[in-house]
Design a protein. Structure first.
Length: 393
């Protein structure tokens, strides 16, 4: 049976260069058996013609708020009621701002306001717009209302900049929408503890040491665990990735703080995933004043090993650790697995793969008796594979 047979999906298309990708989104939804209606803003029609979407969806495309349809139904209300899922892609800063602040001045924004179906937004914009405080405030408002966000990816943008803001690939969007329409609640009642992001250790009030972790892997784990019904707590260091507002978030700065907050929650957790990147060392001393010297020698001391301590006290909880390696990866990952009493080690080869800040990953799942190298996949897919193993323990 087709996975979306009998489902009605309304896709709102706004004006951005990523409109061409939405053609594939429509095609994939149709291939899965869904009925698709498309609403286009006036600006969207400047990029792709309505005829293209009408051909792909086998449905008339709605563009005009006051179009006469020949029947008595108020069209934006009928589409709002019809939708089992409402997807906005690409979602520009403009439509996100309108939706967050209750503005309904065209067919798309009016239908969005009227629908009670789950809503998914797929942002697409310039990196500076994507990182702006105003846009992120609006996204936070929508997340608190239960709107799903398919995070934008990082890469080369149409404006010539390189960074976050590129709309996610069609396959990723459709996959996440399928999860929403046909959710797995196999983690319902489970308590998942996730460490995420990098810690920082101060040299003085101006300088600190840290690492390249963006928090994207931890963020993906949080998203997937929440969507599968878990009660999620994230101990969160420095990060650039969005963190789902449905999770309980505990903000930390130093490795010692991450250690204390994580260890204190182990007894209340069923699944523990150590996706954070704590600093292994910290400066032995901290300067109250900015250090000014032609030469600087810093003595470091070892930080406590969070994963090792968690492994010692985890009891029956499932423990997944990450192992970022440059040499002898499999050997080092397995040694860590045993030393830290973990159930699974996720090996990242940082020498040969673009790991930090990327939207995809190539990992090897390592246990005491096996090593399974996975093909390149999105970090959300990696997260699901980890959670699948935890459920099947």
């Amino acid at each position: 049976m087709l996975r979306l047979q009998g489902k009605n999906i309304v896709i709102g298309v706004t004006g951005g260069i990523a409109v061409y990708k939405v053609c594939q989104v429509v095609r994939l939804f149709k291939k899965l058996g869904a009925d698709v209606d498309v609403i286009m803003t006036k600006h969207a029609t400047e990029f792709v013609s309505p005829l293209t979407f009408e051909t792909l969806s086998n449905r008339p495309v709605v563009t005009d708020m006051f179009r006469r349809t020949g029947h008595w139904e108020v069209e934006h209300i009928s589409l709002a009621k019809k939708a089992d899922l409402f997807v906005v892609c690409p979602a520009t800063a403009n439509i996100v701002g309108k939706y967050a602040n209750g503005i309904a001045d065209d067919m798309l924004s009016t239908t969005l306001m009227a629908t009670t179906a789950p809503v998914v937004i797929c942002p697409s914009m310039n990196v500076n717009m994507y990182r702006s405080k105003s846009f992120n405030t609006n996204v936070d408002i929508l997340k608190k209302r239960g709107v799903f966000v398919v995070q934008a990816e990082s890469g080369f943008l149409a404006c010539g900049d390189v960074g976050d803001g590129r709309m996610a690939e069609p396959e990723s969007i459709v996959e996440q929408c399928v999860d929403i329409l046909s959710p797995q609640y196999d983690l319902a009642g489970k308590r998942v503890l996730v460490t995420c992001g990098a810690t920082a250790e101060k040299l003085d009030d101006v300088r600190f040491i840290s690492n390249f972790s963006s928090g994207k892997m931890g963020s993906a784990i949080v998203d997937r665990a929440l969507n599968r019904g878990a009660d999620v707590t994230v101990v969160l260091g420095r990060h650039s990735a969005d963190i789902d507002g449905r999770a309980t978030t505990v903000n930390v700065e130093t490795t010692q703080q991450m250690y204390d907050e994580t260890v204190s929650r182990v007894a209340d957790s069923d699944i523990i995933i150590m996706a954070g990147a704590p600093c292994d060392y910290r400066p032995e001393s901290f300067s109250d004043s900015k250090i000014k010297s032609d030469e600087l020698t810093v003595r470091f001391v070892k930080n406590p090993d969070i994963a090792e301590r968690v492994g010692q006290i985890k009891g029956k909880a499932y423990l997944c650790i990450f192992s970022a390696e440059t040499d002898n990866g499999l050997q080092n990952a397995r040694q860590k697995l045993v030393k830290k009493h973990a159930d699974l080690a996720v090996l990242n080869d940082v020498k040969h793969n673009d790991v930090f800040g990327s939207d995809t990953n190539v990992v090897t799942f390592v246990t005491e008796s096996s090593a399974e190298q996975m093909p390149e996949m999105s970090k959300h897919d990696v997260a699901d594979k980890i959670l699948d193993r935890a459920v099947g323990k």
